[in-house]
Design a protein. Sequence first.
Length: 256
Amino acid sequence: MGDLDGRIALVTGASRGLGAAAARALAAAGARVAVTDLAAPTALASEIGGIARALDVTSEADWTATMDWIEAGLGGLDILVNNAGLWLFKPVSETTLEDWRRLHAVNVEGVFLGTRAAIPLLAARAPKWRGGTAIVNLSSVAGIEGAAGATCYNSTKGAVRLFTKGCAKELAPARIRVNSVHPGVIDTDMGRVLIDDFAQAQGVGNNEVVASVSAMHPLGHLGEAQNVADAVVFLAGDRAAFTTGSELVVDGGLTA
């Protein structure tokens, strides 16, 4: 028996990295999982016994259609994981308005649109579970403290952090819990892009950056996608029944 037996989950940005890890972990815990990305992650869906669909998280129409699709295909929704996101490493003086709008469209508006679209389905199934239903928003340690060169990213992840807290209070009467997860530097494709960007900016090799970034985490190494996926599974289920509006930091002590 898994912690999430009988539950239905939707994960955005699931084609790789944290999204794929979260989808696998939710399925392993017993949930039926729908996975989405700009291109439908059909291979992952086949692997975990789920269903897949293409979803542009910045499209209101796509979100409406996706809610209809998951209700028809799986019978509703218990867990929404807003994971889709973009990274940008650029000084604020060089950040264009287009950069700013694109990052906020995906990282912030995508979370808003997904949350709003999912509320009716989540509310309908909340009475089935001791801990109600759940939204888990992927933020970042960059949503807690600033980072030079990542000001636009800071803005988006800070917005997700406080949007989460506001929704937690607003949706509590419907028994929908809303929490955010704040990873440190995780060894994923996006994490490696971050490493590449830092190496280029500092004019050093990637191995040097990996060593220095690892040392910034008191535990002495980069995180793994599974570390974050485990946090998502916890927040999604009844073990977190009294947890809402929280920020679960998974950063090896980086922000401590």
